[in-house]
Design a protein around this ligand. Structure first.
Ligand code: NAP
Ligand code: MG
Length: 403
């Protein structure tokens, strides 16, 4: 069989620990035999980030702006323990945070739905994609403990020195106070990323806040979304046959439980933090969650939602067998290859991505899976495969479909 040709390289961001091991096997077994794979390679493994003073992370983000599509392996976010383990010069920041800030992007997380791994919520038939605004609110707050009676005010001093103030509360006893902010720019980017991704994936978009209570703050989010929708996206949505739907956050939560899925749920920062954990655990497994960073300028970075699976890696280093689920990492590659194919008008590449996803799902639905899935599947007598054999089973299935 002739290999599928590529015209534009993907930005490839390698990573750490067990996912780095899977990354290599996926390339060797599922990609290189079938595609004349073109990538611009960046090693975001912690050792190399440390050697380059994290410049490699910045370079990989810049390459993503140049080419438009990246695929990323999970990476270690250093903490105190990693400082010693890797003898780091500095506690380097989370690569995902650095890349997200440079691309000004929003992260969309969606479960990979297969028969035999059933969501806890019976009504959910299709994936629910969560988009989380990743700037501001309680994550960039300023807090104070109030020791006793007194007045707390919010004061805005304009550049020309004029001030505006509001009383937050006149305390008669001890308490707490919190100041939060957000930026029109950031909310606009969030909104555009959401509208773009809804069009791109042909799904309805839901957005919810608490604007009835937060009449200025949350209302600003609602208004920005509404303005951008009316001015830039209404016609495109109508032509695509998809809808934009705004409601209150509590109404959204109630409706989600009764919905069948197949839409994007855009959330403010805190709501997204909380709801994405709820949705992913209700869909069954973190190892079956994909993640894509979408910038309002149309750059895409695909990855798995889980981390580097450190515990499995240490077992692997001791020579023990592992059964680590590679599905989300495989889908990061297929997502990136399909997007590259769409941008380059390369139908063969898109078709290959579809076939690799189908082969992966077929293997699981035929009862062959990694241990994490075997523990939760409704399929009787599942066959538990080790990390490599699971990928080899997918290769076998893929070869059948390519014949
Ligand atoms: P994790 O790597 O997601 O793993 C947590 C646990 O979840 C594992 O020990 C495993 O449970 C299960 N699990 C996750 N992915 C799995 C898979 N593909 N197959 C089978 N089981 C899977 O989270 P962590 O251990 O908290 O973090 C490890 C490192 O990853 C940290 O250094 C963190 O900074 C980094 N991290 C990176 C990203 C990213 O790059 N996007 C995201 C999150 C965390 P069992 O051990 O019970 O089998
Ligand atoms: Mg969380």
């Amino acid at each position: 069989m002739e290999k599928i040709q590529m015209t534009t390289p993907l930005v490839e961001m390698d990573g750490d620990e067990m996912t780095r091991i899977l990354w290599k096997i996926i390339k060797e077994e599922l990609l290189l035999p079938f595609i004349d794979l073109k990538t611009e390679y960046y090693d975001l493994g912690l050792e190399h980030r440390n050697e380059t003073n994290d410049q490699v992370t910045v370079d990989s983000a810049k390459a993503t702006m140049k080419y438009g599509v990246a695929v990323k392996c999970a990476t270690i976010t250093p903490n105190a323990a990693r400082m010693t383990e890797y003898d780091l010069k500095e506690m380097w920041k989370s690569p995902n945070g650095t890349i997200r800030a440079l691309l000004d992007g929003t992260v969309f997380r969606a479960p990979i739905v297969v028969k035999g791994i059933e969501p806890c919520v019976r009504n959910w038939k299709k994936p629910i994609t969560i988009a989380r605004h990743a700037y501001g609110d309680v994550y960039k707050n300023t807090e104070m403990r109030i020791p006793g009676p007194g007045k707390v005010e919010l004061v805005y001093t304009a550049e020309d020195g004029t001030t505006t103030s509001e009383v937050v509360h006149t305390f008669t006893g001890a308490g707490v106070v919190q100041g939060m902010h957000n930026l029109d720019n950031s909310i606009e980017s969030f909104a555009r990323s959401c509208f773009e991704y809804a069009l791109d994936t042909h799904q309805d978009l839901w957005f919810a806040t608490k604007d009835t209570i937060s009449k200025k703050y949350d209302h600003r989010f609602k208004d920005i979304f509404a303005e951008i929708y009316e001015n830039e996206y209404k016609e495109k949505f109508e032509n695509a046959g998809i809808t934009y739907f705004y409601t209150l956050i509590d109404d959204a939560v109630a409706r989600i439980m009764k919905a069948e899925g197949g839409f994007i749920w855009a959330c403010k920062n805190y709501d997204g933090d909380v709801m994405s954990d709820m949705v992913s655990s209700a869909f069954g497994s973190l190892a079956m969650m994909t993640s894509v960073l979408v910038s309002p300028h149309g750059y895409y970075e695909y990855e798995a939602a889980h981390g580097t699976v450190q515990r499995h890696y240490y077992r692997h280093l001791k020579g023990e067998e592992t059964s680590t689920n590679s599905v989300a990492t495989i889908f990061a590659w297929t997502g990136a290859l399909r997007k590259r194919g769409e941008l380059d008008g390369n139908g063969a590449l898109c078709a290959f991505a579809d076939k690799l996803e189908t082969a992966t799902i077929h293997v699981i639905e035929s009862g062959k899976m990694t241990k994490d899935l075997a523990l939760i599947t409704t399929i009787e007598h599942p066959v538990v495969l080790n990390s490599k054999d699971f990928i080899l089973a997918i290769r076998e299935e893929l070869e059948k479909s390519l014949r």
